[in-house]
Ligand binder design. Structure first.
Ligand SMILES: Nc1ncnc2c1ncn2[C@@H]1O[C@H](COP(=O)(O)OP(=O)(O)OP(=O)(O)O)[C@@H](O)[C@H]1O
Ligand SMILES: [Mg+2]
Length: 348
């Protein structure tokens, strides 16, 4: 499988403004040096506690937000990325490096190039009620991306919208309705139809089922599985529900305070997690109970603020194994076995 999405040392910091003049006095380091690759056709799950930077990572990698630094590559050949890394390490050849970055790094793209990139990559939000315009009919909501990107016009748009609604399990009889006339699960289907309109290769889902009942969750997950197979899609799937991540994802990344601390196949992450944070996250997962929705993950101890993370490993204040090394130095992600990476000096 080749790599479709490749982010390297990605940072997204939000300035904290203070004083009468509203000058920057600090920064919320929501995403603070994340490197992650998503292979074509992969379903990558991104998990972690509230506020650890999952949404920021998704919005930045899809270029709804401009990164603070780092690189975002989408469908860029390995040789090109290797050349960029080589030129960066040599710290010379500025014009060659700049032209390669301008051509290939999404972080540098102008707004018109970002717009055309959005034909290929889409984001589906947690709550379609806020992301779907309440004053627009469903047919116009789903048709909007086709018009914005000049994919189709005239009667062809109507036919395409009907086909898209059919793909997500809604009928063309519902075209004239407004979002409030649908249930939560149906609204999420509409958001998915809209995301599919431009025939993207990649879709990022930001907790798409966490506002839904368990039975509706299962239907939406089945729909996502079918669509992925039919259209050969690649997914980034953000979720608090570890049981869902384990059941549907091919690969898992665990995030903690702006960083990815562990990545691996679901069986490794959920059965033999090696980072102390992943271990406690999994230990805190409620046991399956079909009568109740799995809540947000709550671990003992305070999550550090991304505006003022502790020095060294960000997990050290909550880690029973932390040593002086952990309090002073930041561990990098290291390959510890086949496709399993851990950022810890003392992996379990
Ligand atoms: N637009 C913004 N301006 C300033 N700070 C922001 C902004 N968006 C997010 N943050 C901060 O960045 C950090 C990461 O937020 P983010 O929404 O990415 O977390 P998350 O992992 O998606 O959380 P949740 O699970 O609750 O959705 C938080 O401290 C948040 O307050
Ligand atoms: Mg979020």
């Amino acid at each position: 499988m080749d790599t479709l999405v490749d982010i390297r040392r990605l940072k997204k910091h939000f300035p904290i403004l203070g004083g009468v003049l509203r000058r920057p006095v600090g920064a919320v380091k929501a995403v603070d040096g994340v490197s992650l690759a998503i292979k074509r056709g992969q379903w990558l799950g991104l998990v972690g506690e509230s506020g650890c930077g999952k949404t920021t990572l998704a919005k930045t990698l899809i270029r709804l937000w401009k990164p603070t630094s780092g690189h975002i590559y989408f469908d860029v050949p390995d040789v090109v990325k290797a050349e960029i890394e080589m030129l960066e390490s040599q710290d010379k050849n500025g014009s060659k490096l700049n032209s390669l970055l301008k051509e290939n790094d999404l972080g540098t793209f102008s707004s018109s190039r970002v717009r055309s990139f959005h034909r290929r990559a889409q984001l589906v939000h947690q709550d379609p009620f806020t992301s779907l315009n309440p004053r627009m009919k469903i047919k116009n909501i789903v048709a909007e991306p086709l018009k914005i990107h000049h994919v189709l016009s005239g009667h062809a748009v109507e036919t395409a919208v009907e086909e898209l609604l059919d793909k997500v399990g809604l009928s063309s009889g519902q075209l004239e309705r407004y979002p409030h006339q649908f249930s939560g699960g149906q609204r999420q289907r509409i958001a998915i139809a809209r995301a599919l309109a431009t025939k993207p290769e990649f879709i990022a889902f930001d907790e798409p089922t966490s506002a839904l009942d368990v039975s509706v969750q299962a239907q939406i997950l089945n729909l996502l599985k079918d669509l992925k197979r039919e259209f050969g899609l690649t997914y980034l799937y953000i979720t608090h529900e570890l049981l869902i991540a384990e059941s549907v994802c091919d690969y898992i990344a665990v995030m903690y305070v702006g960083k990815v601390v562990e990545m691996g196949k679901p069986e490794e992450i959920f059965h033999t997690p090696r980072h102390p944070y992943s271990q406690s996250l999994i230990a805190a997962t409620p046991v399956p109970d079909p009568t109740r929705r799995v809540g947000r993950i709550v671990l003992p101890g305070e999550v550090p603020s991304p505006a003022n993370p502790p020095p060294g490993c960000h997990f050290n204040p909550r880690c029973s194994r932390a040593s002086d090394e952990c309090r002073e130095f930041e561990p990098e992600l290291k390959l510890i076995s086949n496709d399993h990476y851990v950022a810890c000096f003392y992996p379990l």
